[in-house]
Design a protein around this ligand. Structure first.
Ligand SMILES: Nc1ncnc2c1ncn2[C@@H]1O[C@H](COP(=O)(O)OP(=O)(O)OP(=O)(O)O)[C@@H](O)[C@H]1O
Ligand SMILES: [Mg+2]
Length: 384
């Protein structure tokens, strides 16, 4: 049974929807990361799961307890590290822990050994008698983690636990958390802005404007982000697929064409065009566009980079253009008329390298025709 079950969970503030019907499940011992920009709805989701905020729609249960009707039971079974520090600065580290133990009815005998064990883990044993006022940001966070774990919660919620901390401290904090997860089969629910931090999670939910736009393992999400998507619109997809297979690429067939995910779309497109025309397929290519997937938001309609084919050939990339653009049509009949053919060949021979690329893409066989033309010209001028 999942430790966290969320169904169509929503939260509105007046007319504004902060969380828009999210659904997901988290298994025991799993680390789930909520990754998203400011205002995405991360804290609002956590607050609903921790019973600090009532949902306005949908349902959620934590450790089998409904968050709306069994608030007490939910609260007893979870630990929470808030986005903003909540330690009492007037107390010492140890006193902060004692106060928490009192609130959670942790028996004195259990408290003593548990607190020592946790303080050792977060490397604060030597500091615990000092006033929290004198703690650094990293020390405060570590103390909050120890406090959050004091009453043996089954789920620990951490809202941006490492914000503002240096990379080394962040790494240490993750090491502690993974250690407790492994030792106690604790479930961790964390939010973060950082992809690298979210990578520690078993699964990452990417949340934006209150919607979960992706939920998968870090490696699968990473494979989805950061590269280019090239969509090939052809009227013979099977042949195109064979050509792509020859390039070692497996496309996904979609309504809008053959979709290829590739690291360097800019290098891949000329390759495809070359291979397509070698297979006399280029006349069938109707359009190609790439969309640079936004880091962290691998959604299909993410604004990105389009490849625009200029009349002069070659391609250029433009930020913010998402729509496919028509490729200059391939003219299979360009050589049919002898007069036109000669003019075209001369234009090809006099063209710049970039413009030659355009002729090669749109006029199949022009290179061979040009070679023949030059040979004929040499014969005529008696040089051959
Ligand atoms: N009590 C509230 N009243 C009105 N609007 C709120 C309230 N709490 C949150 N919001 C709005 O809901 C949206 C989501 O806020 P939330 O705090 O969940 O975002 P977040 O993902 O945690 O962002 P951050 O990364 O900045 O912490 C924001 O637009 C915020 O302004
Ligand atoms: Mg927040």
């Amino acid at each position: 049974m999942p430790v966290i079950e969320v169904r169509d969970l929503s939260r509105k503030f007046g007319d504004f929807t902060a969380v828009n019907g999210v659904s997901f499940e988290v298994e025991q011992g799993e680390i789930i990361g909520f990754l998203g920009p400011n205002g995405a709805g991360k804290t609002t989701t956590i607050n609903m799961l921790c019973t600090l905020l009532k949902p306005t729609g949908g349902s959620a249960s934590v450790n089998g307890f409904d968050v709306a009707s069994r608030q007490d039971m939910v609260r007893r079974s979870i630990g929470l590290i808030f986005q903003d520090p909540t330690l009492d600065e007037r107390l010492t580290g140890w006193q902060n822990l004692q106060f928490h133990a009192m609130l959670y009815d942790v028996p004195a005998a259990v408290f003593e050994s548990r607190a020592k064990e946790l303080l050792e883990m977060v490397e604060l044993t030597d500091k615990v008698k000092e006033s929290v006022k004198a703690f650094s940001g990293g020390m405060k966070r570590r103390l909050e983690i120890a406090r959050g774990l004091l009453h043996h919660p089954k789920v620990l919620f951490l809202d941006e636990p490492t914000i503002g901390l240096d990379p080394q401290t962040r790494r240490h904090i993750w090491e502690y958390l993974v250690k407790v997860r492994d030792q106690e089969r604790l479930t961790l629910f964390l939010t973060t802005h950082y992809m690298d931090e979210a990578e520690i999670a078993d699964r990452i939910a990417i949340i934006d404007h209150g919607d979960i736009v992706a939920l998968d393992t870090p490696s699968k999400l990473k494979a989805m982000v950061g590269g280019d998507v090239v969509t090939l619109c052809t009227d013979d997809d099977e042949r195109a697929q064979r050509v792509l297979a020859g390039l070692g690429v497996t496309p996904t067939k979609r309504d809008d064409g053959l979709r290829v995910e590739i690291d360097h779309g800019d290098r891949f497109i000329p390759l495809v065009l070359g291979a397509m025309s070698a297979a006399t397929l280029s006349r069938r290519v109707q359009g190609i566009n790439t969309k640079l997937r936004q880091n962290g938001l691998p959604v299909c309609d993410a604004p990105g980079t389009a490849v625009r084919f200029k009349k002069s050939g070659g391609h250029e990339t433009d930020e913010g253009k998402g729509a496919p653009e028509e490729l200059s049509p391939v003219e299979t009949d360009w050589a049919d008329d002898p007069a036109d053919r000669e003019t075209t060949i001369r234009a090809f021979l006099g063209a710049s390298a970039a413009d030659r690329e355009y002729f090669l893409q749109t006029k199949p066989g022009i290179e061979e025709e040009a070679r023949k033309y030059l040979k004929r010209a040499r014969v005529k001028s008696g040089r051959d």
